[in-house]
Write a protein that binds this ligand. Structure first.
Ligand code: ADP
Length: 194
């Protein structure tokens, strides 16, 4: 079982690379952003709690995020491996994730950080805004998300670096080129399903 955290700022390409990684390795995909969007779209009690926070571009409090994540892990006891996308975003989330993995006799084996400059991220999201129409891609909210990343989420990197699990991949280049660089890190440790 191989568990991977895919890390990077908004617009780094986590969603795109996740799809390709899932097809190759059969990971169960856990995207906290997608899960929160599902809850808000379906107007669940959790969705009602997080809607305003998400729309402002702020991070959802750890307590709520960690509880949702645990529930999602518990739903997938047979998973061959998890790909975490957009989680952890804070050090307490990273610690909680390690604890969950440990209590299941497992661990986070790889952290792949997509390295993309702030300028590139802004250009990409401006482009995405014209196609996807995500409420949190509006400029003011985007600024908040980028600030949240550089003020809070970035501190997760030294956490993993100290544990010797951090791998940095250049997130600028062709989608396939970036994917090849990620697979080079994983291969030898995980068996492709296709
Ligand atoms: P991004 O494009 O910013 O990577 P996501 O789709 O991953 O967007 O997340 C969208 C929003 O969902 C975030 O701005 C935040 O409000 C909330 N969110 C997602 N994951 C987390 C998390 N791990 N901790 C706190 N909030 C989160």
């Amino acid at each position: 079982m191989i568990n991977l955290v895919l890390f990077g700022p908004p617009g780094a390409g986590k969603g795109t690379q996740s799809e390709k990684l899932i097809a190759r390795y059969g990971f169960v995909h856990i995207s906290t952003g997608d899960l929160f969007r599902w809850h808000t779209k379906n107007d669940t009690p959790l969705g009602k709690r997080v809607k305003e926070i998400m729309n402002s571009g702020a991070l959802v409090p750890d307590e709520i995020t960690i509880a949702m994540l645990k529930e999602e892990l518990d739903k997938n006891p047979q998973a061959k491996g998890f790909l975490f996308d957009g989680f952890p975003r804070t050090v307490p989330q990273a610690e909680a994730l390690d604890q969950f993995m440990k209590s299941n006799g497992s661990a986070i084996h790889f952290v792949v950080a997509l390295n993309v400059t702030e300028e590139e991220v802004r250009t990409r999201i401006a482009r995405r805004r014209t196609v996807e129409n995500r409420a949190d891609d509006e400029e003011e909210k985007l600024n908040k998300r980028i600030t949240e990343y550089f003020s809070k989420t970035i501190h997760v990197l030294p956490y993993y670096e100290q544990k010797g699990r951090l791998n940095t991949v250049n997130g600028i280049g062709s989608i396939d080129g970036i994917f090849d660089n990620i697979t080079r890190i994983i291969d030898g440790k995980a068996t492709p399903v296709s």
